[in-house]
Design a protein around this ligand. Sequence first.
Ligand SMILES: Cc1ncc(COP(=O)(O)O)c(C=O)c1O
Length: 488
Amino acid sequence: MTPALLPDAKRDVTDLHLPLDRAAGRLSAQIAAGFRAAVRSGRLTAGTRLPSSRDLARDMDVSRGVVVAAYEQLTAEGFLVARRGDGTRIAPLARPDDPGPLPAPESGASPNSFPCAGADDAHSYDLSPGNPDLSGFPRDRWLAAARSALRTLPHDAFTYPDPAGVPALRAELAGYLCRVRAAHADPGRVVIMSGVAHGLSALVGLLKADGYTTLAVEDPTSVRQLPMLAAGGVRMARVPVDREGLIVEELARTGARAVLVTPAHQYPTGVVLSPARRAQLIAWARAVDGVVIEDDYDAEFRYDREPVGCLQGVDPDRVVLLGSVSKSLAPALRLGWAVAPPALAERLRVHRGHTDLGAPVLEQHALAEFLRGGAYDRHLRTMRRRYRARRDALADAIRAHVPGAVVQGVSAGIHLYVELPRGCDEDRVVEAAARAGVSVAGARPMRSPARADAAAPALVLGYARLGEARLVKAAELLGQAIVHGARG
Ligand SMILES: Cc1ncc(COP(=O)(O)O)c(C=O)c1O
């Protein structure tokens, strides 16, 4: 560990002791983690000016690019603000809190030796969004984790579980989410849920009982969630999304005090909530005594840089983080989590106790083992490489073969949001593509009726399940379908 001392001459810079383990790699991530911990512990307070990237790089004996990357990451997360002429400071919304656990095991990848049968037939191309590459499920490693759990669990483990989840999994997840998502998590805040959907339904019920009768929802959004929210009996207020994510000024106009957002990778537009909007959103939540439900959608899959840390890490008292393994492993597992302030986590635990007595124990232990042994990290690294190649291939092919189409969103996730030329009729494109053997989803059903006509027609293309060559062929067919069959 090499402590870095900043020059005393800079009056408004506290001495920083940023731990750096050169053998562990990812120096910019380590520096970012050090800053977050310093903010949370209260060592660095809002408004504190940081040294220039050049000075800090010199002090820490790292290249300037490493510090620039760490500063950019923290700025994107809302921990830092950078202004021309004023340098970089700790953001006004950054608050001290308890430090979370950090460091990370690193391990190498191994191939999946259990490919799944039942691939698409040669003439159909399923680009409907919503699924990861199901053939990539790490069957061998999952089996090993499940076997290990079965071998080692005592008989008593086969009774009804703690409805909040087995302690081993809650502890592993807390560590993982602190390390990888910059969350503020400890086992007492983590409640195991059957996916984000379950977490959302449960939360909406609890919040409604507390008087949060309106839930603001992004526009466009995932259509799958709308019936769940409607079933929860809350009124929905749709809030438009632009290139910076949710428009917080519009949110404020709805009168809602609870909002559901996808900050890491908005579904379906693929934009990331900008640093300014993150700050606005937290400020809004504090001003209205509100709650932010953060659907950490696609956070595992960012290809061009480190993923932006979760919003929950910025204000753990106002933000409830929801996540699952549905996209990272498989939706079939139905395993997810909520990270909530302790009192709300306890209410979620009681809710599970009163509704279904908890999640399946063996699967929870298998996932705990999967995380503990580094298999989850390895799997994610493998899938990231695979998805990145697929995304690049499809995006390039769309540009080459679909005239006038514009690929939107950042390099992340398992779907592409493709805006079509204004003259296109989205429904006819979807139909013409289907006739050509390509299943795609239109974005129109994901928008509120009020905004359906204002936005450009668009397609949402899931690319996780097809290899590059088939994606290129699908884009060619899509281009032909648009040119010959679907001009409005
Ligand atoms: C944006 C978004 N969040 C969450 C979910 C639900 O995920 P889970 O399988 O974790 O319930 C979906 C489902 O497709 C989704 O589209």
